[in-house]
Design a protein around this ligand. Structure first.
Ligand code: GLU
Length: 291
């Protein structure tokens, strides 16, 4: 298996320092291990993705000194693949259509109770209103959800390995925790043909990614990805969630933090080495590790 990393930005805003850190780190790790670095454009959210942001991603990454094999995988071109994967989960009896809007979900969830989590890595934990609806009823108004309890019962869950500084180690998969703190996640969003968790799992598998390098904000989502891999018979990569780059006030950088946009630093005359220094990476790419 070739050591393979990826950078998977969504073209919904400018690349900022946090993205540059992710991309450079993934690229450096691949280089240090004699591996490959791949780029993937996560553009299933067509309402928010823009061609000019995609162009800017290519330009900024090239300017940073990164290169990657062509053609670049673009999620918007892979909807049939996601559909086929959804069909696999449906055939296992694990999916259902859901027509609840935000207000329905809030009303059904009721008042917050002490010690009961309301939000998980997929947003508000779904109270299960539509759980018994059959897939035959699914229409354009519906999202498709995963029945988490059935899913954890169907999967052979195995621990995953994390190498990032904060969460370094082996992480057991806890079925109860998935049910109570994650719940029935969305597999397909209304009008989108897929959703983040489903696409990312299928794409990482199809691109033979061995090390997923991304921000620590996605650590809690990883248990969802490992569960889907177990259900679909896909290999689980090693995960490396790096610490987030924060602004001077210690807040994490927002997607639209134009003040930290790579394009802005470029316009002001910064060099790629300046960007590396700003995110705390060495002056040049590290030498291959001795093992
Ligand atoms: N597309 C996601 C983002 O831009 C990253 C997904 C991932 O690395 O798994 O935040």
């Amino acid at each position: 298996m070739i050591f393979t990393t990826r950078f998977a930005p969504s073209p919904t805003g400018p690349l900022h320092l946090g993205h540059a850190y992710s991309a450079l780190l993934a690229h450096d790790m691949a280089q240090a291990n004699g591996g490959r670095f791949l780029l993937r454009i996560e553009d299933i959210d067509t309402a928010r993705s823009r061609p000019h942001w995609e162009q800017q991603i290519y330009e900024d990454l090239t300017w940073l000194g990164l290169n990657w094999p062509q053609p670049v995988m673009r999620q918007s071109q892979r909807l049939p693949r996601y559909r086929a994967t959804l069909d696999q989960l449906t055939a296992m009896g694990l999916t259902y259509p859901c027509r609840c809007n935000r207000r329905d979900i809030e009303a059904a969830a009721g008042a917050p109770q002490e010690g009961v989590p309301q939000f998980g890595p997929d947003g508000r934990i779904y109270p299960g209103t539509c759980r018994n609806r059959p897939m035959a009823e699914a229409g354009a108004e519906d999202v498709i959800r995963l029945n988490m309890e059935s899913a954890v019962n169907a999967a052979r869950l195995r621990p995953f390995t994390e190498t990032g500084e904060t969460y370094n180690g082996q992480h057991p998969m806890d079925p109860r925790r998935l049910i109570t703190t994650v719940g029935d996640i969305i597999l397909v969003r209304r009008g989108m043909g897929s959703a983040y968790h489903l696409s990312v799992v299928v794409d990482d598998a199809d691109q033979h990614i061995t090390q997923v390098v991304r921000g620590a904000d996605l650590f809690e989502a990883t248990q969802i990805h490992v569960l889907l891999q177990a259900l679909l018979g896909l290999a689980t990569p090693t995960y490396h969630h790096h610490n987030l780059i924060r602004d001077d006030q210690g807040k994490r950088l927002a997607k639209r933090d134009d003040a930290r946009a790579i394009a802005k630093y470029r316009a002001e005359g910064a060099t790629p080495q300046d960007i590396r220094a700003m995110v705390g990476l060495g002056h040049t790419s590290p030498a291959p590790s001795s093992g």
